[in-house]
Write a protein that binds this ligand. Structure first.
Ligand code: BGC
Length: 420
């Protein structure tokens, strides 16, 4: 079946988020933060990080571990007081042709043994290290040094970790792997890591966000009884949103239906799956191939015009390689990606209003993640949406900026804070 122009237009319309809807989502988001803070029912969580803004003077050498759901990264970082140097770094995927450390068949011990092995690639045996651990899932903390996993997201299902203390599992694996010199002293969410890395140089960076495989945001809560502290909102769970029938279908087929509803509309893990779902539901095109973020970026990359590669992809997706198919695919992908950026922007507006209604102070949102970094037009669409809703004299004080390597650097900063 072809991607008829009329059919494509109809779907694009379904995915369009109007300025009024952005405003509405922002308002609901702000309300959900307020409810969460009061411990009233909310689709957002207010998870304490036990971290506040760094001074920028933190120094020393730390090990950083970044466990995000796609890769495990270990870094040796030298903090130099506002600047840093990555001395060593290694990155290993959680899934390869030979193994899968994300599935329900994997046990906690196996996963953590793998993580310890990655750390051993850069840590010298017998040497003592303090380690900061960026663990990118919703966790409950009562101190900076350990965290209990509430539940997995991003389709990870490894047994025996939910409800457990994560750094305790890591410590056990490190000691079994002959690395008892490596001491985990801090654990933090990747959003918090991103904010810390940015705030190391710029104290206006009081919001951290990830637009990558998953999605989530943290902000510096200055008013709660525990304040000031970064709180992890687990904003991927936000659910007061204009859903389409495709969102409902995708959620129904996911491993944890009813959860992470914003994340399933906006993040890199799900956008390709959503496109596949649209092709099947609206156009009757069934393809076994699920496009990933890179594929979507290729479709939208009009500057490099890799027409042949896009045609091949269009064929793989069952749409054929005609000009109409390629153009239809581009319009559909654009609609999904634009919606993602607009909904994310709406959540930033909700947070900014909660923090500082009139935007009297400057705020920087530090964003990390492949979607934000690599999807053509994504960062621009976030800025465009903010400018559409926020008053002109206020938007001048708000910056959204890419913070690459935030997870590793933030983990090192958290470790430095922990031992200071
Ligand atoms: C997790 C968050 C994380 C985000 C980005 C979500 O699936 O629940 O904790 O910050 O992904 O990695």
């Amino acid at each position: 079946m072809v991607l008829s122009r009329a059919g494509v237009n109809e779907v694009v319309e379904e995915f369009t988020v109007t300025a009024k809807q952005v405003e509405q989502a922002a308002k609901y988001f702000e309300m959900e933060i307020a409810s969460g803070l009061k411990k009233a029912p909310s689709s957002l969580q207010i998870l304490k990080s036990y971290l506040r803004l760094p001074t920028g003077k933190e120094t020393g050498e730390y090990l950083a571990l970044d466990f995000g759901g796609t890769n495990v990264r270990a870094l040796l970082v030298q903090l130099q007081g506002g600047t840093y140097q990555v001395v060593k770094k290694v990155k290993r995927p959680l899934i390869s042709e030979k193994y899968d450390y994300t599935s329900a068949e994997t046990k906690a011990e196996e996963l953590f043994a793998f993580i310890a092995k990655v750390i051993s690639e850069i840590a010298e045996p017998g040497k003592r290290y303090q380690l900061g651990h960026t663990f990118s899932f919703g966790t409950e903390q009562s101190e900076l040094s350990d965290a209990r996993l509430i539940s997995w997201s991003k389709e990870i299902r490894v047994q025996g970790v939910e409800g457990e203390m994560v750094n305790a599992l890591l410590e056990r694996a490190l000691s079994k792997g002959g690395l008892s010199g490596v001491v985990p002293v801090a654990i933090l969410n990747d959003t918090v890591a991103s904010a810390l890395a940015a705030a190391y140089r710029n104290p206006a960076a009081d919001i951290g966000s990830i637009c990558g495989t998953g999605h989530n945001t943290t902000y510096m809560e200055r008013r709660g009884d525990f304040a000031p502290m970064f709180v992890n909102l687990e904003s991927g769970g936000f659910n007061r949103l204009p859903f389409t029938r495709y969102d409902v279908l995708l959620d129904g087929k996911s491993k944890c239906p009813g959860t992470q509803l914003l994340e399933k509309m906006v993040s890199g893990k799900y956008l390709g799956r959503l496109l596949q779902c649209v092709l099947e539901t609206a156009f009757g095109i069934k393809a076994s191939y699920e496009p990933d973020g890179k594929d979507l970026a290729l479709i939208l990359d009009v500057q490099n015009r890799k027409i042949e590669a896009v045609e091949t992809l269009a064929q793989k997706l069952g749409a054929g390689k005609s000009q109409q198919a390629v153009e239809g695919l581009r319009l559909l992908t654009q609609a999904l990606v634009t919606r993602s950026a607009r909904l994310v922007a709406a959540t930033y507006i909700g947070i900014l209003r909660h923090m500082d209604m009139e935007a009297k102070n400057g705020h920087t949102v530090a964003v990390d993640g492949s979607l934000y970094q690599k999807m053509p037009g994504y960062a621009q669409e976030i800025n465009r949406t903010l400018a559409e809703i926020i008053k002109e004299e206020q938007i001048k004080r708000i910056t959204v900026r890419f913070e690459g390597d935030g997870s590793g650097i933030g983990a090192a900063i958290a470790a430095a804070i922990a031992v200071s």
